[in-house]
Ligand binder design. Structure first.
Ligand SMILES: [Zn+2]
Length: 85
């Protein structure tokens, strides 16, 4: 057995590229967009509960945040599929 390389199933799942700065940048952008979207939804719910102000004013901002999140997700997936990282 000396010198024989044993490949475990978990090792087979490792990506070819251990770290990719672009992948991390795209993932961070997706996380930021998700956080922004969630924050706006929370603010809208708070406005509804408190009956203070115009809670419908959040609709456009939430829609824009969803679009940004969707684009960030697509960019991340596209990069990972193309780059293999
Ligand atoms: Zn990459």
């Amino acid at each position: 057995m000396a010198g024989k390389i044993v490949v475990t199933p978990s090792r087979q799942l490792l990506p070819k590229i251990a770290y990719c700065a672009e992948r991390q940048k795209l993932l961070d952008a997706f996380c930021d967009a998700t956080e922004q979207s969630t924050m706006l939804q929370d603010q809208q719910v708070a406005a509804v509960i408190s009956a203070d102000g115009d809670f419908t004013g959040f609709d456009l901002l939430i829609r824009l945040a969803h679009e940004k999140k969707s684009h960030a997700k697509d960019a991340y997936i596209y990069h990972v599929e193309r780059h293999g990282c």
